[in-house]
Ligand binder design. Sequence first.
Ligand code: BG6
Ligand code: MG
Length: 214
Amino acid sequence: MKIKGVIFDLDGVITDTAEYHYIAWKALGEKIGIPITRTFNEELKGVSRKDSLERILAFGNKEDAFSDEEKEALMAFKNEYYVKLIRDITPRDVLPGVLPFLKKLNQAGVKKAIASASKNATTILSSLELLNEFDYIVDAKEIRYSKPHPEVFLKALKAIDLKAEDCIGIEDAAAGVTAIQEAGMKAVAIGLDESLNHADIRLQSTEELPVLKL
Ligand code: BG6
Ligand code: MG
């Protein structure tokens, strides 16, 4: 297979913001009496802000404890906390291997897109000085269904005008790997967590990206 397009997740693939999401959710959890463990956090990766909050409340048996208005305030608290954490991101925060991989894709004429659930995606890409590096960046505000639903990847595929079988997707989250596969692409997983076992290709870290065969 000759790869014509690569669709990237952002958080945890291009830069380590997955860790900042965890820290911010943990802070919210402490505020509302729901301890958020790293194991549970795996279930939040790739999931939208609203759906993450719902999962957290269910995890803490507090599904009915907050009104819609209060939930909006909880999401705002988490996002403000998160935005402070990502304020100082610079191009040095691009994960190892990503820049050489992007260069390799450019040399091979492969199209590149970002399929992130994050409404902060363009801010982060801009801080990393990668905003103009991609042919298309999905606007998370236009996405209705969280990963593992394939919507965000299907939107990226359509925008770069390629068929799923000619593209691969890259993810660090179990839900994201499923979303890529549901969109009809082969999934490359970053990380060795066993929740990523269903990926088509497993890489230990982003450092291995440049060795992917195109
Ligand atoms: C995903 C992250 O990329 O974006 C999730 O993996 C996060 O952890 C989601 O909840 C939404 O991000 P944001 O920035 O819109 O709250
Ligand atoms: Mg991710």
